[in-house]
Design a protein around this ligand. Structure first.
Ligand SMILES: [Ca+2]
Ligand SMILES: [Ca+2]
Ligand SMILES: [Ca+2]
Length: 278
């Protein structure tokens, strides 16, 4: 079944195709490409192509396209500095619909879609259309874009960070200034068994996608363990964790802190979560 509510795109200029590997999504939705095209009236179309055939309403697969509209990963929200996100998700009746979200702090809020936007899907793609101005883009401005399949097996295109798209082909993206924005961090209540490996979960968002992390485990105020992760790529679409082999004689209610620093040395606030060892 296919549904398509888009206007035709005669005379598209400034089209770009970005590819993503096939088979990098496990059993999840496998993105194979992202196509961006522009018509001569300032309309932009985004098509996310996926492997295999899907009945979107039946599969309940969810995907999103995130736009860094000012080509600055240090402004906007999660997902490498996103200002605008279009998410394909199930409505209250379980049917796939597209919703528009704008960044608010490190989060997003749903907003009414503009007149004249459109979206649709076919067996192997999701697509939406909007004018550049409704997406917050100046005429002819470039932007960064990433597509992501949401779920237990996240696939993103590209695998890390964003593609740069220019409405005027071959315009170079602007040079970035110094990164002065610290990563944003959440720690998740975690649990484990004494004598076994416990997984301590957290979620870190850094605009430029590179962080170092320090996890500290405490019983009340006594430090039991420090685990350091060196500077490395960080994907904001994935939850992170560190493993801790819990000593056999440790159990009960512990807690842990997480703090991350980006490549420029900006430190996140410290996040805390409980850790229960059975
Ligand atoms: Ca893929
Ligand atoms: Ca931005
Ligand atoms: Ca990928």
């Amino acid at each position: 079944m296919a549904a398509l509510f888009l206007v035709g795109l005669a005379g598209a200029s400034g089209s770009a195709s970005f590819n993503d590997p096939v088979g990098d999504a496990g059993s999840g939705l496998d993105i194979t490409g992202l196509d961006v095209s522009k018509d001569d009236r300032g309309g932009l179309t985004f098509r996310v192509t996926v492997a295999g055939n899907h009945d979107w309403d039946l599969d309940q697969a969810e995907a999103l396209v995130a736009l860094d509209t000012d080509q600055n990963p240090d402004t906007g929200s999660a997902f490498y500095g996103t200002e605008v996100e279009i998410a394909f998700e199930a409505d209250q009746f379980g049917r796939t619909e597209a919703v528009l979200l704008r960044s608010k702090g490190w989060d997003f809020r749903r907003v009414s879609p503009p007149d004249g936007w459109g979206w649709g899907f076919g067996n192997n793609f999701l697509e939406f259309f909007a004018s550049d101005s409704d997406l917050g883009l100046s005429p002819n401005a470039g932007f960064n874009v990433v597509a992501a399949a949401v779920g237990p097996h996240t696939d993103t295109a590209p695998d890390l960070r964003t593609f740069n798209y220019q409405q005027v082909p071959e315009t170079p993206p602007p040079n970035l200034g110094a990164d002065t924005r610290a990563p944003h961090l959440l720690a998740y209540p975690s649990s484990g068994l004494h004598g076994k490996v416990a997984r301590l979960g957290y979620w870190v968002l850094d605009g430029r996608g590179t962080i170092a992390t320090t996890v500290r485990i405490y019983r009340r105020t006594r430090l039991l363990k420090t685990i350091r992760r060196p500077l490395a790529d960080s994907n904001p679409f994935l939850l992170s964790h560190v493993n801790w082999r819990v000593p056999r004689n440790v159990h009960g209610r512990l807690r842990f802190s997480v703090r991350s620093a980006d490549a420029a040395g900006n430190q996140s606030k410290q996040a805390w979560a409980p850790l229960v060892i059975h």
